[in-house]
Design a binder for this molecule. Structure first.
Ligand code: PGA
Length: 311
């Protein structure tokens, strides 16, 4: 490739790359146009211009669905890395001029949605120029985002240790057995799991980290799970337990936002399952200034809550 043909000399703009990244994220020109407040033809034109400049096909339409081509996927990975560098540069420059500015993209597993939003709210009051982008998903969904390097911070309670990542302890996330408030064993201490075998167990979906932790816990103890009913959200599980559909094992933090008395925690032997949340990032990823500041803020708040006995 001659010098004049090198990538950076071609007619590619950051705006085109940003549009490309958004289309890839939504797998749709229409949704991307909406998110970017642009007309649909403008988005299509910019994608065509980018493809022309890079001399490759970025997307393909299969059965009316838009997919990234293999090359498109490579362009996406490089684009995200490029935007990370630019975001960091923006924050460094802002820090030099005494401002705190920039984007903070956070992805957390669903149980952490009971923890992170409050902390983020307080953080944003201190740093009003930071623009947070907050995503919630089950473990499998957040793993996908991590693999694609989509965010600055990830919170997992069961980090995918098979990937090349670094993990740092955030705080504890014990998993407890819950039942309707009038459950027959509500007053009993040290219930054996065998006493619950006639109960219907309500479990999160495959791909959920909560389910992953429960399955590992049962496997370790040789406990067979009695035909669980799958319910794909913590909220729906709580509603179903309240309605008397069965018992469940969920994060104790998921109980904090409920009217007291509707659901009780059963004192089952070997419970709670000792789970924890972790900050996770791909090994070698530069942690942005905003992400670092947020992590420090969370650590400080949780430490002071523990001191006051709320942790
Ligand atoms: P999840 O979240 O069950 O929604 O995946 C909790 C976790 O990953 O442990």
């Amino acid at each position: 490739m001659g010098w004049s043909r090198r990538l950076h000399t071609r007619q590619t703009t950051f705006r085109q790359l940003e549009i490309f990244m958004t289309v890839a994220e939504y797998s749709s020109v229409t949704l991307a146009a909406k998110a970017l407040h642009l007309a649909q033809p403008t988005v299509s034109t910019q994608i065509s211009k980018l493809a022309e400049a890079l001399e490759c096909q970025l997307f393909e339409l299969v059965s009316k669905k838009l997919y990234l081509t293999e090359t498109g996927q490579e362009v996406l990975t490089a684009t995200r890395a490029l935007f990370d560098v630019m975001d960091n540069l923006e924050m460094c420059l802002a820090a030099r001029s005494g401002l705190s500015l920039g984007r903070l993209r956070i992805s957390v597993v669903t149980t952490a949605k009971y923890l992170i939003p409050n902390l983020l709210g307080e953080f944003c009051k201190t740093f009003p120029n930071i623009e947070p982008e907050f995503q919630i998903g089950n473990r499998a969904e957040i793993i996908q985002r991590l693999k694609q390097n989509m965010d600055d911070i990830y919170v997992f309670s069961n980090p995918p240790r098979e990937l090349n990542i670094t993990t740092d302890f955030l705080t504890k996330n014990p998993l407890v057995v819950i039942a309707k408030h009038d459950h027959a064993l509500k007053a009993k201490k040290c219930i054996a799991w065998s006493e619950l075998l006639n109960e219907r167990l309500l479990m999160r979906e495959n791909g959920s980290g909560t389910r992953y932790a429960i399955e590992a816990f049962f496997k370790e103890r040789g406990i067979k799970m009695q035909n669980p009913i799958t319910i794909a959200s913590n909220e729906a599980i709580k509603e179903s337990v309240m309605a008397g559909l069965g018992i469940a094992i969920i994060s104790r933090h998921a109980l904090n936002h409920m009217a007291p008395g509707n659901i009780i925690e059963l004192a089952v032997e070997n419970f709670p399952i000792p789970n924890s949340w972790y900050w996770v990032s791909p090994k070698g990823k530069h942690i942005s200034t905003a992400a670092m500041a947020f992590r420090e803020h969370v650590t400080k708040v949780l430490a002071s809550e523990t001191k006051r006995g709320r942790g």
